[in-house]
Write a protein that binds this ligand. Structure first.
Ligand code: ADP
Ligand code: ZN
Length: 735
């Protein structure tokens, strides 16, 4: 469907050469013109090798016209990769993301081209095919090989030897005699094709109704966005699988975005059970070689379903029929590294450009999606009851002022008693604390010294399992000292406050006979180990589970009947306008792990501010009231989604450089009745990785052209020099 390329002639230089614009995966604002050597065929989307300075990179032939041609400097494309072109919807998506997030298009293209920068233009494997020739001497093993080979046209040497039960040397002998000829085989599919009719789920009436509504949108083969809001344990996954089936039946590809995909083995298993094949997984734990293969097979349409982390959005689907964003409220979908974008929002844009359905699923949708649904921008499909009528957990607040734990402890007597009862019945308890490590702060009792990161304005977190004090922002770490580094006093360092490791220690001392599992991203062994531990919990091989927000997400633990939130107030105190929403979502999700198979269950929420609206909403289970109140407050304050926000983060090696440039940006900010400029002020992390940071915030009504405003501001401002760097964050998630 790519339009024919109008190929302008270069004015001089490479005589008679045509030129095309090529976008290279570098921080550049436009595509550059390159000459097309005679006899080479390229079209928009072709992935080509081009020289940039002294090296060569993989770029994409882009639309429009390239940057200005300097005929003297015009250089030729040096190669075309042997793969289908990046289709026009993908190119439009790259342009759209670049334009919206004010990221150089080259950097966005780099996300779309991540794989092929390394990829081999000859992805074929060496194969062999039977010829008419027969060997001079036919031994039993040789005839076995020939018989076996006749079953399929093409083989690899090893594959044929294995199938015939002979050693490779037998096959090689026949190749040498001309019984087989060499052929090039396409690479093996990365995953077998899922079958939409493999094992249809038997859905409840409510689930069926929701599934049909979603599948109907998919069959429309046009853009739609639907919020699938269902209480925890209502079977959202089973329901959107029917939409996946509808897309597959229509011959379309499917993208499913999940937070923490590396940990969700159970999701992969469920998918496999439903469709008879697993989806292709895409996340940072997948080897580069496999990613390369997936990228290519997605492009060729040979991979039909990808389940991936946010970066899977930039995979080159050419027949997209559905994008699902599961746990759409999850902060992990916001990328704040190089390109800043929110994968949930961009997923909807991707679907819009591709002309297909988008489904956003959650038990606790983002306020944005709730409002979009209320205003009819998204359709709203609900599941109000748990599958098989499993009752929701009985939730109550534990007022920590009335129920103080013993000195140096963090589990209240009420929670402790509930744990004892639960494990006494042979059921499981989950203790949730959203803080990694042992203690967030280490203090010297003699001189008052607090251990701080050398590169960031943060405390070092005590990690006892690793024997170190660590910065959670830059990775700086020191061995846990025995003496104060400031005054030298020995054995006077005290941990302040709890992390999950400390809760695990307390649990072990109170319940020494219980099987206790600690789940945190710090576990030695990484994602693989975590998957393992999560399996152990699901199989009932643990009594007490202690975990960070990792355990709040989507897991299904059949025997879990008690959830205790240790420090429920943790996220509330930081002045962030999304703090209430975040805390509500986290507590609702984590307590939603309890009682999913119908056993009576409880959630106990330890708080020092039981009167806080979030705590009240959690305890009452009144989700609707929480959203109504939160939405009203956002509307009143002109905060998203009723207003728009953007941030400019100015960083530099010295405080004075960062502050000076931030002030210059402020002065360059155009006067505009709509846009309110706040700051500059020190960023919440005033020093990060040794860089001093200042921040400007911009707030405007929903309809204001924020991007144009910022472009004008940047154009008016003096250029960033030396170590100064300006990062633009459209729709910042926290501030
Ligand atoms: P949610 O994502 O809404 O919290 P899940 O999709 O994880 O819920 O479903 C919760 C549990 O109920 C899962 O173990 C799932 O397999 C099971 N379940 C849901 N619906 C059905 C169904 N129709 N048939 C069989 N099991 C189901
Ligand atoms: Zn640090």
């Amino acid at each position: 469907d790519a339009p024919a390329l109008a190929v302008p002639k270069a004015r001089a230089g490479l005589k008679d050469a045509a030129t095309v614009p090529v976008l290279v995966p570098l921080p550049v604002d436009t595509s550059y013109s390159y000459a097309v050597p005679e006899g080479m065929h390229v079209e928009p989307g072709s992935i080509v090798r081009v020289p940039v300075g002294p090296r060569e990179v993989a770029g994409v032939v882009w639309d429009g016209s390239g940057g200005p041609v300097n005929p003297k400097k015009l250089r030729p494309i040096t190669g075309v990769f042997d793969c289908p072109p990046l289709d026009s919807s993908m190119r439009r998506f790259v342009d759209w993301v670049a334009d919206y997030t004010l990221t150089p298009p080259g950097l966005v293209a780099r996300m779309a081209l991540r794989a092929p920068t390394a990829f081999d233009p000859e992805p074929f494997v060496d194969g062999i095919r039977l010829t008419e020739a027969r060997p001079a001497r036919l031994t039993p093993t040789r005839s076995k090989v020939i018989e076996t080979a006749a079953r399929f046209p093409d083989w690899t040497r090893n594959g044929l030897a294995r199938a015939a039960g002979v050693s490779v040397s037998v096959v090689d002998g026949l190749v040498a005699q001309g019984v087989f000829e060499a052929v090039r085989l396409p690479p093996q599919p990365i995953v077998p094709a899922p079958d939409h009719g493999h094992a249809r789920a038997s859905l409840s009436d409510a689930q069926m109704e929701a599934a049909q509504a979603l599948a109907a949108r998919v069959r429309d083969l046009s853009f739609s966005a639907t919020l699938l809001e269902g209480v925890t344990g209502s079977g959202k996954t089973e329901v959107y699988f029917e939409a996946v089936a509808a897309a597959l039946e229509k011959g379309r590809q499917v993208l499913i975005l999940l937070p923490e995909i590396a940990l969700t083995q159970s999701f992969i298993d469920r998918f496999h059970a439903r469709f008879g094949a697993p989806p292709a997984e895409w996340h940072s734990d997948i080897s580069p070689k496999r990613r390369e293969a997936i990228w290519r097979q997605v492009m060729e349409g040979r991979v039909r379903v990808v389940a991936g982390a946010r970066s899977a959005l930039f995979l080159p689907f050419s027949e997209l029929g559905l994008v699902v964003v599961d746990e759409e409220h999850d902060p992990a979908f916001k990328q704040e590294d190089r390109a800043f974008y929110h994968a949930r929002d961009m997923a909807v844009v991707r679907a819009q450009i591709a002309g297909c359905a988008a489904i956003l699923a959650s038990a606790t949708p983002s306020v944005e999606s709730r409002v979009n649904a209320a205003h009819g921008r998204y359709e709203h499909v609900r599941l109000d009851a748990r599958f098989r009528e499993a009752p929701m957990p009985d939730l109550s607040l534990v007022d920590m002022r009335q129920n103080p734990p013993a000195r140096g402890r963090f589990i209240s007597p009420v929670l402790q008693a509930a744990i004892a009862e639960t494990i006494g019945r042979g059921e499981q308890a989950l203790l949730f604390l959203n803080r990694r490590g042992y203690a967030p702060l280490t203090l010297c009792r003699v001189c008052g010294h607090r251990f701080q990161c050398a590169n960031c304005s943060t405390w070092l977190v005590d990690h006892r399992l690793r024997g170190s004090l660590q910065c959670h922002h830059c990775g700086f770490s020191i061995r846990r000292p025995e003496a104060c580094l400031e005054c030298g006093a020995l054995d006077h360092l005290v941990p302040c406050g709890p992390g999950v490791e400390r809760i695990a220690e307390e649990t072990l001392s109170v319940f020494p006979d219980a099987r206790t599992i600690l789940l945190s991203s710090d576990l030695v062994g990484g994602a693989r180990r975590l998957r393992h531990e999560l399996d152990a919990v699901a199989d009932g091989r643990a009594d007490i589970v202690i975990g960070t927000q990792l355990v709040a997400k989507g897991h299904h633990f059949p025997k879990m009947t008690l959830v205790g939130a240790i420090d429920a107030d943790l996220g509330l105190g930081n002045g962030d306008p999304r703090a209430a929403e975040r805390t509500f979502q986290l507590l609702h999700q984590v307590t939603g792990r309890a009682g999913r198979t119908g056993l009576p269950s409880r959630g106990l929420i330890q708080t020092y501010s039981p009167e806080h609206p979030v705590m009240q909403a959690i305890a009452s289970g009144d989700v609707a009231r929480f959203y109504d109140r939160e939405i009203e407050q956002r509307r009143h304050a002109g905060l998203p989604p009723f207003g728009r926000l953007a941030a400019l983060i100015v960083s530099a090696d010295t405080r004075i450089d960062a502050e000076t440039h931030a002030r210059a940006l402020r002065i360059a900010a155009p006067q505009d009745g709509d846009v309110e400029v706040l700051g500059p002020a020190e960023a919440p992390l005033a020093v990060l990785r040794g860089r001093h940071r200042f921040r400007l915030l911009f707030q405007a009504p929903r309809r204001a052209p924020m991007q144009d405003y910022l472009r004008q501001l940047i154009a008016n401002a003096p250029p960033a020099r030396g170590s100064v760097h300006v990062q633009i964050d459209i729709d910042p998630q926290s501030f």
